[in-house]
Design a protein. Structure first.
Length: 184
């Protein structure tokens, strides 16, 4: 299963979300999914230095990561595309209409998912989630499903964003790969 996280410029939110999901999988000894991030801005720029510093403090090295512009190949390889805002979801689906069943805001996805039963694969669970989620948030512009995008390089705003993304990716990790229950 391949996750793609999308934000406007690919310098803060989507690289952090991808890094958190990848790191959480490794901590739980899960074979990491292919996770990537992209945005609508130009490629090749360094990430926000506050993001690099914050993740370095958490054991994740993004110092060599550069921004990536979304393209058909990146979007085509993704099983699930998680945006930070409804307007970003609309932009993805407008550019690539074939992605409509794979695009969610990250917060909306997290609100809708529950733990995957051990009897079904992660891929099958995702197909069930995709079929069950009503995506009215995209057309109504429900701001409660958006993760606010900091506009400056203030560390406090980056820390708040990181906390939201860590909680969301932790929820996805726990739902997709529930801890095995031990019976005595």
């Amino acid at each position: 299963m391949r996750f793609l996280f999308v934000c406007d410029d690919n310098v803060r939110s989507s690289p952090m979300a991808a890094a958190f999901l990848y790191h959480q999988q490794r901590l739980r000894s899960i074979e990491p999914l292919v996770v990537a991030s992209g945005g609508f801005g130009p490629p090749g720029h360094e990430l926000d230095p506050s993001v690099v510093a914050l993740l370095e403090d958490r054991g994740v090295d993004l110092s060599r990561k550069r921004t990536r512009e979304l393209d058909a190949e990146m979007v085509g390889h993704a099983d699930l595309i998680a945006t930070m805002t409804g307007s970003q979801a609309v932009r993805v689906m407008t550019a690539w209409p074939e992605t409509a069943d794979r695009v969610f805001t990250l917060r909306h996805l997290c609100a809708a998912v529950t733990s995957r039963p051990a009897s079904i694969s992660a891929a099958e669970w995702l197909r069930k989630v995709q079929g069950a989620i009503e995506r009215n948030y995209v057309s109504t512009g429900d701001p409660t499903m958006d993760i606010a995008q900091p506009s400056g390089r203030e560390f406090g705003a980056t820390l708040n964003l990181a906390d939201q993304l860590l909680a969301a990716t932790d929820h996805l990790t726990r739902c997709l790969w529930p801890e095995p229950t031990v019976t005595a």
